[in-house]
Design a protein around this ligand. Structure first.
Ligand code: HEC
Length: 462
């Protein structure tokens, strides 16, 4: 005879079971909960492909689409949802994509040319919409701007005009998933030395890793290329996401760059692996002799900090020389950190995020010896692009931090006091996915947008 205890247990199990099997959510709410982060609020793509354009790279029949949702596509960073979505829910999602049912209310708002913020009325001017997946932006001077396009070339904007001719001779890039030509940076002493720095996804036998080079531009030609960082080929991995990457400089001649965990989450804690780290080298690629892990056996000598999931925003505050970084967390775990020598930023042991399917990836938020973020964003805004504002046009914003967001399509401005964020304001929203944000030498703010691919410029509206 079952006693009362086992009956209770059976009852609990039964309720749990009925809950799991009977609760089906609408395809739209499942989409918003599980898919929008990567495939875009409007389903038209973001970090990953559009699901309503009728283009199916992995099979266009119902079965293939169902299978891709259920089992995921591991090499490309598409998670499996078979454990959290029922077959019925998966079928309904597939049907929705095949019919191209884009939710109307998420269509882009028509771009207004002026926005009001607490401190300024800001006017927005479009510089160009003629770019393919623009990614990084850097200024040679106020009227000469370099922009990377993710498929490869680097482009020049001169006096507000995009030059048709790309820079010839930059290296081929591993243009897959999140990989491609990523960041561009200009040497702080450019006037004297003309060096330009590039971060890109590099391929060896179908596997990829982030690589850092520098070179010069002479009449639309990339010349004098020098290798600054390339990981040994055994560290290249076959995933196509989480490459980072940004390049910034401090005032002491150091160059910092980031590499994401490459989708191999446990590599971030492993000092013998280049991924999941912020690195520090000199501008010529040499390793500073006070880098933190030079005495750790087999550690990669350029590592400056570790436990970083996918940092796509780096900025040095010229007043303090401190390095700040934003990194994509999982769902609900985007972070803002101050990166200090030798620190462990916790991924994938501690995090405020959860797995994309909603399950806990770890319950741990803190651990001795690991840094908690200065700020985290829940829900994730998909942080990308970071710069400190210093300039003449927006005086009240001097020392504030500009943060771009892909998913939320925002530029936020953070007011920072004593290494704490005391206020955040959304400056622009819904103009497109913000890939990079950068302050021009003339004090205006440039924003690099994806879908639609555009560069816009913000100035005060006097
Ligand atoms: C962590 C990011 C991420 C999340 C979350 C995610 N996907 Fe994906 N998905 C990808 C990537 C990356 C690909 C590979 C193709 C690409 O780069 O876009 C992909 C591919 C797909 C494909 C195949 C597309 C094709 O062209 O054949 C389907 C279908 C798909 N996802 C559906 C979904 C659905 C439905 C959800 C939510 C239940 C979801 N994805 C959530 C990243 C994601």
């Amino acid at each position: 005879m079952p006693n009362r205890f086992t009956i209770t247990l059976l009852l609990i199990a039964f309720i749990g079971f009925t809950n799991l099997s009977c609760q089906t959510n609408s395809p739209l709410s499942n989409y918003n909960e599980y898919c929008a982060t990567c495939h875009g609020d409007d389903m038209n793509g973001g970090n990953s492909a559009s699901l309503i354009d009728g283009v199916w790279a992995y099979g266009s029949d119902v079965e293939s689409i169902n299978k891709n949702i259920k089992d995921g596509i591991e090499l490309d960073g598409m998670p499996a949802f078979g454990d959290v979505l029922s077959q019925k829910e998966i079928n309904e999602l597939t049907q929705m994509f095949i019919k191209g049912e884009q939710p109307q209310f998420l269509q882009n708002l028509s771009p207004s040319e002026k926005v009001e913020t607490f401190d300024y009325d800001v006017s927005i001017v479009e510089i160009t919409d003629d770019l393919e997946e623009p990614w990084g932006i850097a200024f040679l001077d106020a009227s000469t701007i370099l922009v990377t396009e993710k498929p490869g070339p680097v482009r020049i904007i001169e006096n507000g005009k995009l030059r048709e001719k790309p820079i010839a001779g930059t290296p081929d890039v591993f243009y897959h998933g999140q990989g491609g030509m990523l960041d561009v940076s200009v040497d702080p002493e450019f006037a004297q030395n003309q060096w330009i720095y590039l971060a890109y996804s590099h391929e060896i036998n179908g596997k990829g890793m982030t690589k850092i080079i520098r070179g010069k531009i002479d009449n639309y030609n990339w010349i004098n290329e020098e290798l600054l960082f390339e990981a040994p080929s055994e560290f290249y991995v076959d995933t196509r996401h989480h490459f980072g990457s940004r390049i910034v400089f401090d005032s002491k001649g150091h160059l910092y760059f980031s590499i994401g965990d490459r989708g191999k989450r446990n590599h971030a804690q492993d000092l013998t692996k280049p991924n999941g780290k912020v690195h520090r080298i000199f501008k010529d690629g040499k390793i500073p002799n006070d880098n933190p892990f030079l005495n750790v056996e087999n550690a990669i000598p350029s590592i400056y900090s570790y436990g970083n999931r996918n940092p796509q925003g780096l900025a040095v505050d010229p007043e303090t020389d401190l390095l700040w970084a934003t990194e994509h967390g999982q769902k609900g775990g985007d972070e803002l950190n101050i990166i200090r020598s030798g620190n462990n930023y916790g991924w994938d042991v501690i995090t405020y995020g959860v797995n994309y399917d909603g399950t806990e990836s770890t319950e741990k938020r803190k651990m001795p010896g690991m840094e908690v973020p200065i700020l985290f964003w829940r829900p994730s805004i998909a942080v990308c692009g970071l710069d400190f504002y210093y300039g003449n046009l927006f005086d009240k914003w001097n020392g504030h931090l500009l943060v771009g967001a892909l998913k939320f399509e925002e530029v936020r401005i953070l007011d920072i006091e004593d290494e704490r964020v005391i206020h955040q304001e959304i400056l622009i929203k819904d103009k497109g996915r913000v890939r990079d944000v950068a302050v021009s030498p003339d004090g205006s703010i440039y924003v690099v947008l994806n879908s639609p691919d555009k560069i816009i410029r913000l100035t005060p509206d006097n």
